[in-house]
Design a protein around this ligand. Structure first.
Ligand code: NAG
Ligand code: NAG
Ligand code: NAG
Ligand code: NAG
Ligand code: NAG
Ligand code: NAG
Length: 734
């Protein structure tokens, strides 16, 4: 790892947490010891998190039952958990003779430490009891036992078996009473003992009524608040004003618990930021040659007509990752055949494999997503499954690598709508399972809190380990569940299977585009996206050197008061010409013109108005956004509101109209953008200004002339001698 040699397939940078430490742990005081016992039959993400918090405080932890089959039932939803008592009973056989040993027995998948051994030991001693159980306000599993509970003046009345602490001999005495089955209920067992006054006294038992040690979140979510300290984060119970040392996300509080555990005990805080982000990473950069890069199956989903699809595909292709390690699966459900056809032809031999499923297969979104995921699941050589929807513009070429390196079972990069709070994850869920905003959502989206976030829902783009698909998510149809949307089904499955979903905002990855209001009835539909996706529109259609007008004064003045500057990209020019040719109804340069008020044009051109292709609103917006700043610069202080009645594309060609006689424009100023290349597409052409005896004979594609219209700049269009010349013209007023 550290000498550039390949140690294992992926070089794990940090040492794995140590799960078991036998024998004497750290001494709490001179002669007292605290040993944590927990039951975990599998190393789930929750278990890993538990151990991380335990290691942070240097607890001495012993894990019981690892690798054993779980027979304790589905404790989250019904009774069960007896297996935990049986395992504890077995473990106590060798511990019970240590009279001063304090045993802390806790759940692990949904529990973390917020305080250390000294604190817990002290709080336990302050109770002056031999056995202390966690408490909660909700009775479970047998409400009929409620009346038997001793009443409490203040505090939580009912026993919870997710946490108990006591002297070893007393723990042994209580668990020795267990002679039930693994799937019987542990909480009921302890409850029956507790509600018996005699037993309660003999065992010297009590409950942690005021959450000094144990905080169960069930029924108590609105009692607790995150409390940020300089080194540590914990929760405060605002009802009892206590600082519980153990937080337990029991029953239906997992999502809120996951949120708390994104901070506690020192996962993230204001001073240090994310402290665990670099743990357990794999390093692709130093330890692997390209041959050894993991194999990734990529699922690309085009589930609705999506603007800027060619740009999406280009950005995907520019990912810095060996293509022969990628198996690509594309589901195109609509409209984009011509883009996919081109993508296929150009790349069919580039990837390790390439499969396209088109609209003719008539797959539902869920079926398509299952199909893509299954390609990885069934292929034992598939290390990762990378799912990306066509509305994700990846601007970071390292995205795939960065996600792999983070080494999580499921992880997605944060992507947001440009300038909006809309993102690809939810920080919380409403009661009916839809979007709800977590307290930290805005800070995460805006990058004010940076890290890895365990969240309940994400979509659009994520990476899943092949191993996870073949183990935890081996259920084939993870995208089909009741009537849920496929993404919601997938996330609910992951949550219920205890697989954490992380979103990372440690880097800038890209953005989400809007697919709303995408009208596909034009020829080049992206041209119309100036309102819905302004940033992508600008990147595609504005000249790459446009901003240099303002930064480097990239602006020429070939004739007096005639300014010349780059504004449209090659693509904008080509698509506009295509759009017009596709529309096809060129006016023919006649004097009679029904399209204008008065019905008569004294200097007619062979043209199509922007309005005729329904592009006038978009074009005027373009003038406001991109031409106005230039007028402000050159006609100092003149800012146009971009009011222009006449906006059109003119075509000059020798066998129709080749030139335009001298004239004034009916405008305050005119812009005239060359849409193709002299020499390449046509010969001749250009523009002559009579007053200054000045001709512009070499128009540049995408560059605009801008000159005053009515009085000073009498001009003519010089003859196009061969080929076809196109220009876009606007008469801007006032
Ligand atoms: C419980 O044990 C403590 C000593 O640890 C003792 O002081 C206390 O009286 C006992 N309480 C009961 C109810 O037996
Ligand atoms: C596609 O499937 C839907 C429902 O699954 C069905 O209603 C529709 O007729 C199918 N269309 C074609 C072209 O097969
Ligand atoms: C889409 O564009 C066409 C052609 O310009 C137009 O007729 C239609 O009304 C538009 N549809 C919507 C929903 O805006
Ligand atoms: C932008 O300007 C640079 C520097 O003058 C030039 O090399 C480049 O070709 C220009 N880009 C385009 C698309 O014209
Ligand atoms: C206009 O300029 C051309 C050369 O650019 C010159 O030959 C011609 O004489 C000029 N005409 C007038 C009227 O100045
Ligand atoms: C006119 O253009 C065509 C192609 O557009 C070209 O083949 C031809 O050589 C051109 N003629 C002249 C005189 O430049």
């Amino acid at each position: 790892c550290f000498h550039g040699r390949v140690v294992s397939k992926f070089c794990v940078l940090t040492v794995k947490v140590i799960h078991q430490s036998e024998g004497a742990g750290p001494l709490v005081s001179a002669d007292k010891k605290l040993l944590v016992l927990t039951v975990a039959t599998q190393e789930t993400d929750g278990f890993h998190r538990f151990m991380q918090s335990a290691n942070y405080f240097k607890f001495n932890v012993k894990v019981l039952g690892m690798g054993e089959e779980w027979k304790g039932g589905d404790v989250g939803r019904s009774i069960g958990g007896g297996q935990k008592v049986r395992l504890l009973k077995e473990a106590m056989e060798s511990l019970a003779d240590q009279e001063d040993l304090v045993i802390l027995f806790v759940d692990s998948y949904d529990l973390i430490f917020a305080g250390g051994p000294e604190e817990i030991f002290r709080k336990f001693q302050q109770t002056n009891r031999k056995l202390v159980f966690a408490a909660e306000g909700i009775i479970w599993p047998d409400p009929r036992l409620a009346e038997k509970y001793p009443s409490v003046r203040s505090g939580k009345r009912f026993l919870n078996s997710g946490g108990l602490i006591g002297y070893a001999p007393y723990i042994q005495r209580i668990v020795n009473k267990w002679d039930l089955h693994d799937n019987d209920d542990d909480q009921l067992f302890y409850t029956k003992i507790y509600v018996d006054p005699l037993q309660r006294e003999i065992l010297n038992m009590t409950l942690d009524h005021k959450c000094e040690i144990f905080q169960n979140l069930n029924g108590a979510m609105d009692e607790v608040l995150l409390k940020f300290g300089t080194e540590r984060v914990r929760v405060r119970n605002t009802v009892y004003n206590s600082l519980p040392a153990i937080i337990h996300g029991n029953v239906n509080t997992k999502i809120y618990f996951n949120y708390l555990a994104n901070y506690i005990p020192n996962v993230w805080n204001y001073e240090q930021g994310c402290t665990i982000c670099d743990q357990d990473m794999v390093n692709l950069l130093f330890s692997l040659s390209k041959q050894e890069f993991p194999q990734v199956t990529v699922g690309i989903y085009i589930e609705q007509p999506t603007p800027f699809l060619p740009e999406f595909l280009e950005r995907f292709l520019s990912q810095d990752y060996p293509k022969d390690k990628l198996n690509v699966f594309v589901h195109n459900s609509v409209y984009h055949e011509k883009h996919i056809q081109k993508f296929w032809e150009e790349n069919k031999d580039v990837f390790r494999s390439f499969k396209v499923v088109g609209p003719e297969e008539n797959l539902t979104q869920g079926e398509a997503r299952n199909m893509g995921m299954d390609l990885c699941r069934k292929d034992l050589s598939c290390d990762y499954y990378f799912s990306i929807d066509a509305d994700v513009m990846l601007t970071n070429r390292q995205t795939l690598k960065l996600l792999i390196e983070q080494n999580r079972k499921i992880i997605g990069p944060l992507v947001t709508r440009h300038g909006k709070l809309w993102s690809n994850f939810w920080g919380a869920l409403s009661l009916d399972g839809y979007y709800a905003r977590s307290e930290d959502y805005i800070d995460i989206v805006q990058g004010k809190r940076v890290g890895l976030w365990n969240i309940p829902f994400m979509a659009h783009i994520y990476l899943i380990k092949g191993q996870t698909l073949r183990n935890e998510l081996k259920e084939r149809n993870v995208f089909v569940l009741e009537r849920l949307d496929p993404d919601m089904a997938m996330c609910r499955n992951a949550r219920e299977l205890g697989v954490f979903m992380y979103v990372t905002n440690r880097h800038e990855f890209g953005r989400l585009i809007s697919t709303a209001n995408y009208n596909t009835s034009h020829y080049n539909n992206d041209l119309w996206q100036i309102f819905e996706n302004p940033l992508d529109w600008r990147e595609k259609y504005i000249h790459p050197n446009y901003t240099r007008i303002f930064t480097d004064n990239l602006l020429e003045q070939p004739c007096p008061d005639v300014f010349w500057f780059p504004v449209l990209s090659e693509k904008a020019c080509d698509e506009l010409v295509n759009e017009m040719e596709n529309h096809g109804s060129w006016s023919g340069g006649k004097y009679k013109d029904k399209r204008i008020t008065g019905g008569y044009e004294s200097v007619p051109t062979d043209d199509i108005h922007m309005k005729q292709i329904d592009f006038d609103k978009e074009w005027l917006h373009f003038i406001r956004e991109f031409i106005s700043p230039v007028t402000l610069k050159v006609f100092s202080g003149y800012y146009t509101k971009g009011y222009a009645i006449m906006n059109f594309v003119v075509k000059y060609t020798p066998n129709r109209q080749a030139y335009l006689r001298p004239h004034h424009d009916s405008s305050t100023f005119t812009i005239n953008i060359a849409l193709n290349n002299k020499g390449l597409d046509f010969q001749g052409g250009g523009c002559r200004f009579h007053r200054y005896n000045c001709s512009l004979e070499s128009p540049r594609k995408g560059w605009s002339f801008m000159h005053p219209g009515r009085l000073t700049h009498l001009h003519e269009g010089l003859p196009t001698t061969n080929g076809t010349r196109y220009i876009a013209v606007s008469f801007v007023d006032p």
